[in-house]
Design a protein around this ligand. Structure first.
Ligand SMILES: Nc1ncnc2c1ncn2[C@@H]1O[C@H](COP(=O)(O)OP(=O)(O)OP(=O)(O)O)[C@@H](O)[C@H]1O
Length: 316
């Protein structure tokens, strides 16, 4: 199936000469939730801006719904929604009018029933007659989502949808996003909250310094890059790593009382290795008092990738 969005060789060099995107390739599948993860300044907002017409690309092509965005701009842009990080306009408008107005901007006829349903689903209906500026930060964010949903986009970008919102609202938003996906909307969200990507995304892309360093199914990424880390506290210090552990990724701490294992591949190999280590220690008569073992999360994987430690490979 043709991707719903296909970005090829996208470059953005800002006026001052800074290149924020260095030839990005990315394909988004219809109906998926795609999380674009990256640290501050990685180029996430620039990438979204290029697709939504807020940033003029310096080079590259963007195709949406099988057509070139540059040549079919108006008709394609109307099918794309954007929830930006902040609301720039409309502060003095009442909620209902502002959200309703979003349809008109994209040339759609008014649909009060739909607007009512959206506002109710975001628990904004009671606030419909209030000016947006009078709402709390979290409520303002809901208004942004409502505005983006109002014109029934097939492809929806959410730029840091839950930055600075409380846990309850974050969970609410995740539910909203899941609902949109159920209705067939393709969702691309940017986030630095790894938890958000881990919770929501089907696929994850990691962007660093204007380059996509990895794109993969979330589950596959965790499996492929997953690691087990185990710290084994020994009763008596050792002078060297026991022979029985030769060949395993084990280090001995400076005091000789802590054996650390870092290895595995997310497939269970790590756990098996740790079991083998403890068995070998017991057989060698080496006592230990504690084992602290954990599997790496998407967060660890992300930090490794961003710091350039992990091997990259998968492509868009
Ligand atoms: N208008 C601009 N002129 C010059 N440089 C810019 C402009 N907009 C962004 N940049 C630079 O481009 C780089 C990427 O910025 P961008 O906002 O896309 O990153 P981001 O990944 O969205 O970051 P954040 O997570 O902080 O929102 C940054 O170094 C930023 O300073």
């Amino acid at each position: 199936m043709e991707p719903i969005l296909e970005i090829r060789g996208l470059v953005k060099t800002y006026k001052g000469g800074f290149t924020a995107l260095k030839g990005v390739d990315l394909s988004i599948r219809k109906g998926e939730i795609f999380a674009l993860l990256g640290p501050n300044g990685a180029g996430k907002t620039t990438l979204i801006g290029a697709v939504c017409g807020l940033v003029r690309p310096s080079d590259g092509t963007i195709r949406a719904f099988g057509q070139d965005m540059h040549t079919h701009w108006r008709s394609l842009r109307a099918r794309i929604g954007l929830v930006p990080q902040e609301l720039a306009t409309d502060m003095f408008e009442p909620v209902l009018r502002s959200v309703g107005h979003s349809r008109g901007l994209f040339g759609l006829a008014p649909d009060p029933a739909r607007i009512e349903a959206i506002l109710k689903s975001l628990t904004l209906w009671d606030k419909r007659n209030e000016q947006i500026r009078a709402l709390s930060g979290g409520m303002k964010r809901r208004v942004l989502i409502a505005k983006a949903m109002a014109h029934e986009p097939e492809l929806l970008f959410l730029d840091e949808p839950t930055a600075g919102v409380d846990v309850e609202l974050r969970r609410d938003m995740w539910k909203q996003i899941a609902l949109m996906r159920e209705r067939g909307t393709t969702v691309i969200l940017t986030t630095h909250y790894i938890e958000e990507a881990e919770e929501m995304a089907d696929r994850v892309g990691i962007i660093r310094q204007g380059e996509i360093v990895m794109v993969d199914e979330k589950d596959a990424m965790m499996k492929r890059l997953g690691r087990t880390e185990a710290h084994i506290t020994l009763k008596q210090p050792l002078a060297a790593i026991p022979d029985a552990l030769t060949g395993l990724p084990v280090t001995l701490g400076a005091q000789g009382t802590m054996l650390t294992y870092r290895g595995g591949d997310g497939s269970g190999q790590g756990k098996a290795d740790v079991a083998q280590i403890t068995k070998a220690l017991t057989l060698a008569g080496i006592d230990y008092t504690a084992i602290d073992q954990r599997e790496s999360s998407l967060e660890d994987i992300f930090v490794d990738l961003v710091e350039g430690r992990a091997v990259t490979g998968a492509s868009a």
